[in-house]
Design a protein. Structure first.
Length: 141
């Protein structure tokens, strides 16, 4: 099954020994999301994760978020963005963070219009260019 999706990240795998055996030589595709609450959690995951799904709302503080971004940058660790249902201003904030820090990654923070039943045809493609609002901190269409 892993061979069918060779580019897919393997997020939050269980730490059971049989799972590690099944992942075999695919450990470089392992990413973590749920256990990452600060920069110190990176590398302390059950399996060695090379990739981090950055969820700003889980990290909490701006200082903590920049510590995560800094550690990933220093270690050459790929990141991608993930939301936790952010709507309104929060959605625009994670979209801008994704555009600034990991625009070329398979982000799960696409502009909200992508989730419409009949999305418009002029939606921006990846990678999202940083387009901050004139006031406040958020990405704008």
């Amino acid at each position: 099954m892993l061979a069918a999706f060779p580019e897919a990240y393997l997020e939050d795998p269980h730490d059971l020994p049989e799972i590690a055996r099944r992942l075999g030589d695919q450990l470089d595709r392992v990413s973590y999301d749920a256990p990452i609450r600060d920069a110190g959690d990176i590398g302390a995951t059950p399996l060695a994760a090379r990739i981090v799904n950055v969820k700003p709302s889980r990290i909490g503080t701006l200082r903590g978020l920049f510590d995560v971004y800094g550690r990933c940058a220093r270690e050459g660790r790929p990141m991608y963005g993930g939301g936790m249902g952010e709507l309104g201003v929060g959605r625009g904030q994670i979209e801008l963070l994704a555009a600034l820090f990991h625009a070329d990654a398979p982000n799960d923070v696409a502009p909200s219009a992508y989730n419409e039943d009949d999305p418009p045809g002029d939606l921006p493609a990846s990678p999202l260019a940083p387009r901050p609002e004139a006031t406040g901190f958020r990405w704008t269409m």
